[in-house]
Design a protein around this ligand. Structure first.
Ligand code: PMP
Length: 336
């Protein structure tokens, strides 16, 4: 079989070389992960090969960032409670109960970061799944899930502004009656993966997904805002988006700190082409300006004034220095 041909140009290089598919170059495994109540050495946390794949069908997860504040020598987990609340909501919709309370998982996460001695920006991923050899495709009434938490170093890009270039995907967004987007389910990410692969193959950074009504939903792993005539506009929850935690943070900062009103309403594709600014936001991408959509330049094609100020406020929030929101940050080391 011959390799599929990728579009030419630097953006078309997916950055993956043969044999490196399962491990990012240069990334060391952390010492520990947390599994069902215990810190387990990374290499000892194995499951039987027969569980591979099937458990993913009903697995749900969270992606959480922790930010290092060098002046305070402290690591802050950002919006830990909101992420655990959403994990429990995802589990509920899967009819999965949790053997651990939110408080226990919160302690597990700070404990794991401490056990791994992370003193830098990090990414934490709790995963809940039906274990015990029962395949995830079986219909079950309320059953407890198993929970695994992994953490790894992951540098923030907030102090190095980046402009991304997007296309409108030819794929549609999943919908509430098909694969509910508000559930952060592993399986939902096949939709995002079709979108992002198409974008990368065609030389874009991110795909923007329309819902089945043809309105803008979100980007492949992030929510989207446009700025038109001093007003920020973002698609509503019912547009097929993940109920994003960053989107709520951004709404608050825009309105309270930047004095930019925020409206939630349907957004049409061509509005992206004529907006003054477009940006995407999410735990992984943080806040990034969109320089073009379908090769239509957005505004000046660079980070616009609203996004620039927003990124500043966002940075102060995540490192625990925003005067209104110290409560959004959970310190890892202060507690002893
Ligand atoms: N949509 C999708 C599909 C995502 O994967 C993410 C990232 N979790 C987001 C939106 C943004 O959500 P959050 O701000 O909670 O990270």
């Amino acid at each position: 079989m011959t390799e599929p041909k990728l579009a030419q140009g630097p953006k078309a290089d997916l950055g993956i070389k043969a044999g490196q598919e399962t491990k990012e170059p240069g990334r060391e495994n952390p010492k520990y992960l947390w599994r069902s109540g215990e810190m387990v050495e990374w290499d000892k946390a194995t499951v039987h090969i027969s569980q591979l794949g099937w458990t993913a069908i009903s697995s749900v997860f969270e992606g959480i960032r922790a930010y290092w504040n060098n002046d305070r020598q402290e690591l802050y987990v950002f919006h830990l409670d909101a992420h655990l609340k959403r994990l429990f909501q995802s589990m509920k919709i899967m009819r999965m109960t949790s053997p651990f309370s939110k408080e226990e998982l919160s302690e597990a996460i700070t404990g794991l970061l401490k056990a791994n001695e992370f003193r830098g920006d990090s990414y934490v991923q709790p995963l809940a799944y039906f274990g015990g050899g029962i395949p995830g495709y079986l219909a079950v009434l309320e059953r407890p899930g198993e929970i695994v938490i992994t953490a790894r170093p992951s540098a923030s890009e907030l102090s190095a502004p980046k402009v991304v270039h997007c296309n409108i995907s030819s794929w549609n967004r999943i919908s509430d009656n098909v694969m509910p987007p508000r559930v952060k389910a592993i399986t939902n990410y096949q939709n995002s993966r079709y979108v992002s692969t198409e974008s990368r193959v065609n030389g874009y950074d991110f795909g923007i997904i329309l819902n089945s009504a043809g309105k803008v939903s979100e980007a492949s792993y992030a929510c989207i805002f446009i700025v038109r005539d001093g007003v920020a506009i973002t698609p509503p929850i019912s547009a097929g988006i993940l109920e994003s935690i960053t989107r709520e943070v951004v709404k608050d900062l825009l309105e309270q700190d930047l004095g930019v009103p925020v409206i939630e309403r349907d957004v049409e594709r061509t509005e992206l082409y004529i907006s003054d600014e477009v940006f995407i936001c999410g735990t992984a991408v943080e806040v990034q300006a969109v320089g073009s959509v379908d090769r239509y330049q957005v505004g000046g094609g660079e980070t616009g004034p609203v996004v620039a100020k927003l990124r500043e406020q966002f940075l102060s929030v995540v490192i625990g220095e925003h005067p209104r929101h110290p409560d959004w940050c959970t310190p890892v080391y202060q507690g002893g």
